[in-house]
Design a protein around this ligand. Sequence first.
Ligand code: BGP
Length: 476
Amino acid sequence: MAKKFPEGFIFGGATAAYQVEGATREDGRGPCVWDEYLNRPESRFTADPASDFYHKYPEDLKLAHDFGINGIRISLSWTRILPEGRGKVNTKGLDYYNALIDECIRQGVEPFVTLHHFDTPLPFFKDGHWLNRKLIDYFVDYAKVCFEVFGHKVKKWATFNEPWSIAQNGYIAGNFPPCEQFQIAKAIQIEHNLMVAHARALNLYKSMNLPGEIGIVHTLEGKVPISDKPEDKHARDLDDAIANRFMLDACFHGGYDDATMALINEILAKNNGELKTEPSDFDDFAKAAQAIDFLGMNYYSSHFLQSYEGESRIYNNSTGDKGTSVFGLRGIGARVSNPEVPTTDWDWPIYPKGMHDQLVRIAHDYPNYKKIFISENGMGYKDDFVDGKIDDTPRIKYVTEHLEAILQAIAEGVNVRGYYIWSLMDVLSWSNGYNKRYGLFYVDYRDQERYPKKSAYWYKLLSERGEIVPLADVPY
Ligand code: BGP
């Protein structure tokens, strides 16, 4: 297998507005769903000042540049731009993002801009969230403002980050607002509505003849049956359909395949639910599927599935207390541990083969995909900060193994054009807080100082050489 990445491969770092910016009340920003949720008295943490990227972005982009990082995922905060979600535009919000995007370009760190990374305007959340189809129109109006203002200089756009996480975490696992559990039919409806919003925004972008590319970011969880038993394989198929296939079909096949719908209908029937669609949704899907420029693929982990007919039960390990997670959905499946596969402290199986298999699966099942960016991958870790140094060798090992999986997929013909490590610097983790760190740059939250971790020095060599770097080569 070749050790080199293809010419022009992007070695990037990923962020998201709400997780890095802080400044939630500054310069006319309106509230998003997460402000209300994290400002409840019982919340363990809030988003202020997070990594203070709102003020420190010049320093962060200089660091990125100095460490060989040539791409950054940022997202736009909808309510910095439209404080009430629609209507009046906040010029200070536009000024901030204009300055940020300009600075990215000046530092040679190309911006990959996501329109929506979980931070729905609060009034829309209260009015039914993504179950309310009015939100589709509001999203497209917001996208239009962004395309008009930034479209001549941003060359990579994503409509949404991880629709599955919005649906699953908010309505099945209950660790994102509105924190409902086991509302599987609602989750499927939200996936559909998000796919319509994605398709309509993408079609709008294409009608504007702007000089860039547009896609979507999906989290593609690997799904593996824990045994060869037919019922475990079926559990895998069901979980894969709801988490991956349903939305990939919409994005790349322009509609839902019969085999996918059979699995989704089985899940809906078990949950007394039905999916509501409109005929025009499928026209929008078909048009967008012809035009989509890339898939952003986030990959962290895979799940090992066993058939499960007990009561649905989920416990989210949000504290890094290893071995405490529980996930079983009656009639769909349970995610069980595989003794041969190590896990992080948050119980996420470390399974790079799952990344390879998802890449190959995209190329096989969705051959019109054009290209893939790994838009997030990385390891949550409780970094030790010792005399200004952070030796995060386990993270380097994790990323190395996943980069090897990418190289393997490339060798098999999959067109992967870049890798954005999650995350550039340490950031707020939505349901875990600040002790689950992912960054190349350590953030001391007491004074917001940045410290390059061992992984940052390693990543610099990786980007310079364009190939996997042995640990022994890292000067640290
Ligand atoms: C993805 C999100 C990111 C980020 C990452 C790590 O789902 O797109 O925003 O948070 O996961 O997840 P966590 O912070 O829960 O460990």
